[in-house]
Structures are given as structure tokens and as C-alpha cells.
Design a protein around this ligand. Structure first.
Ligand SMILES: [Zn+2]
Length: 355
């Protein structure tokens, strides 16, 4: 049953500033494709009504090609420029598409992500959210893939390293494996990467033994279908937390996709908005302890616009120190599945000590 529950009680506001950028990319749109501007339409009126005055929206400019080349091969930029010039069409590897404005929109998404990370680094603290499309985490050094043209968060993380950070962590909680990000930082000792995703779906990578050369630095957690809040809490406490506390990042980046929500039409995970809110709080708390609150999220997937809107708001509520949930779908159904053996294996494999 659908219902709407709105509770707005301010709790224990951390006084850590919250920075946002927003790009809905209305001209990056291809008929019938799920990665569409309609994903972010519900947010427009919400933003106009300024429901979160404590969130500071930043101006941004499209990224320069030199900035994007921190992680991407110039040949990919040339390809995207050329494909965009042809107008709207799908291109290999499908299901990616471009329109005549897609290259500019892709540079805009990177620029919006950089604006948040650089603001946080300049201020020395801050929580941020780049609410952008097109998404990025499947894009590798020389390949666009799976709705992703340029890897927004990877550019921002690489930019942070280039600015002098020695340890940066990327947590990818989209339902799909962040294969592009993993490839980009495959041999980058300054960057740790952990992806929690649904197993046996696109792009087919992200098994526990993906990166034997980088034990403890690159970790993949492939979850069975219908994994929900309880399993995610367990994974976060027993795998994500010890990974983070051992690596001790100076800034934390989160690729956040809300196709983990149980309503999502493309996947079969089983988180609900309350669970996403609580998981966000954990990540923010850990960033407070580890890196003076320096943490930013960048939007990846999420293909039910109503749930996407609710879940973005849940993350911003957590960042703002609010106990607020606008939740049109309510509690996810309890489904029986077990991940104890998987988690035990990961703890042993990566020597994850209990914190
Ligand atoms: Zn996804």
C-alpha cells in the first residue's frame, strides 16, 4: 500500500555545512530509455519550495576536458564529441545513448560533482551531494557504458588526490557494480574502492575475487536478490566500517544509486527509504570520526522517480541532521535470504578486524 509519511523534527544538528549541485540535463533524453530527465522531475518543485534552507546550492561550470582527462583517455572524449554531433542515437556498448547535447551535459555532471568536492576541500569540512545525470560509475578510462558517459565521481576523487590528499575512499552503493570506477583506480594505492551491489546483473563483474592484487583496498560485496535493510546493516557494520577505519581516508566519496530500493523496476534488491536514511547516517557518522566530516555523495542510478525523490531527500535529511522521511512506499517486504557465509568470507579474505 502506498502512503505518505512526513515527519520534520530537527535533531542534533551537527553544524556541518551541506553543499549541493543539481543538473537534471533535460536535453539528454532518448525515447523510452529509463535514464531520463523524468527521474529528477519530482525534485524540481521541491527545490523551488526550498524545503531544506540549510542546504547550500553551489554554482558550477562544465568540467574542462583537461580535468576529465585525470581519469579518461582523450580518445573517449573524442568519441563522445563525435557521437553527440550525430544527434540522438544509441551506441555501443548499449544501452548507452547520446543526443546532440549529451557531451555538454556529461561535462556539466562532472563539473557539478567537482564543485561539491572542491568546496568541501576548500572549507576543510562539509557534507555534499551532486544530484546529477547522466550517471557515471560504469564509465571506464576509455569506455562509456551502461547509461554512463563520463565518471563524475572518479574525476572528483582523482582531483582530490591531485590536490594533495593521500588517501581517498570511494563507497559505491548503487545496485550495479561500479566497474568503471574499479578499473580507473585498479592500481591507485591512494584510492580505496568498495562496491555493494546485486550479484548476477549488469555489468556482470564485482565478484568477491575480482581484485586479488588489492586485498583490503578493493572490495566487492555481491548480494543475492531481495537483500534488504537487515543485510545491508550487517554488511555496513562488518565489512564497510572496518574497511574504512583501516584505510583512514582523508575524504569519503559515495556513489549512491537508489536502484537498491525495493520499488525499482530494473533490479530486485529490497532496501526501503528508512533503511537508506539509516545507512546514510552511518556513513556520515564515520566521516565525522575519520575525516572531519568530509564526505560527498554523487547520484548514480534509481529508476522509480517517486522513490528516487524520497531517497535523495532522505540522504539530505541525514546530512542536515534531521529526522525526516518522505516515504511514499513504506517498509520493504521482509524476504528471507542469508549472507552470513558471504560476509564471513569477505572478513577473512580482506582481514577486516571488528571495530
Ligand atoms: Zn545502477
Amino acid at each position: 500500500m502506498r502512503y505518505t509519511h512526513i515527519c520534520m523534527k530537527t535533531i542534533n544538528h551537527q553544524k556541518i555545512p551541506v553543499y549541493c549541485t543539481f543538473q537534471d540535463a533535460p536535453t539528454h533524453h532518448y525515447r523510452g530509455h529509463p535514464e531520463a530527465p523524468s527521474r529528477l522531475q519530482p525534485l524540481a518543485s521541491w527545490l523551488e519550495n526550498d524545503l531544506y534552507p540549510e542546504v547550500q546550492f553551489l554554482d558550477y561550470r562544465p568540467a574542462a576536458e583537461g580535468e576529465v582527462m585525470l581519469v579518461h583517455d582523450p580518445a573517449l572524449l573524442a568519441l563522445l564529441r563525435k557521437e553527440s554531433a550525430k544527434g540522438a542515437h544509441e551506441f555501443e556498448p548499449s544501452p548507452s545513448y547520446v543526443t546532440e547535447n549529451s557531451y555538454v551535459m556529461a561535462l556539466g555532471a562532472v563539473g557539478a560533482t567537482l564543485a561539491v568536492s572542491r568546496k568541501i576541500l576548500a572549507e576543510g569540512t562539509g557534507r555534499g551531494f551532486a544530484i546529477v545525470r547522466p550517471p557515471g560509475h560504469h564509465a571506464g578510462p576509455n569506455q562509456a557504458m551502461g547509461f554512463c558517459l563520463l565518471n563524475n565521481l572518479a574525476v572528483a576523487a582523482a582531483d582530490a588526490v591531485a590536490s594533495g590528499l593521500r588517501r581517498v575512499a570511494i563507497l559505491d552503493v548503487d545496485a550495479h557494480h561500479g566497474n568503471g570506477t574499479q578499473t580507473i583506480f585498479w592500481n591507485t594505492s591512494e584510492v580505496a574502492f568498495l562496491s555493494v551491489h546485486e550479484q548476477n546483473i549488469f555489468p556482470g563483474s564485482g565478484e568477491v575475487n575480482d581484485a586479488p592484487h588489492a586485498l583490503g583496498r578493493i572490495i566487492n560485496v555481491p548480494l543475492p536478490s531481495f537483500s534488504g535493510d537487515t543485510i545491508y546493516f550487517d554488511v555496513f557494520e562488518r565489512v564497510v566500517k572496518p574497511w574504512l577505519f583501516a584505510f583512514k581516508p582523508e575524504m569519503l566519496f559515495v556513489s549512491v544509486g537508489f536502484d537498491t530500493h525495493f520499488s525499482d523496476p530494473l533490479t530486485t534488491l529490497s532496501l526501503d527509504t528508512e533503511g537508506i536514511f539509516q545507512l546514510s547516517q552511518k556513513v556520515l557518522d564515520w566521516a565525522d570520526v575519520l575525516c572531519e566530516g568530509r564526505v560527498m555523495f554523487a547520484l548514480e542510478g534509481g529508476y522509480d522517480p517517486t522513490a528516487l525523490n524520497d531517497n535523495i531527500q532522505a540522504c539530505l535529511a541525514a546530512m542536515s541532521g534531521r529526522e525526516v522521511t518522505t516515504d511514499h512506499y513504506g517498509t520493504a517486504p521482509e524476504l528471507r535470504t542469508s549472507t552470513q557465509a558471504l560476509i564471513d568470507d569477505l572478513v577473512r579474505r580482506h582481514h577486516l578486524e571488528e571495530i
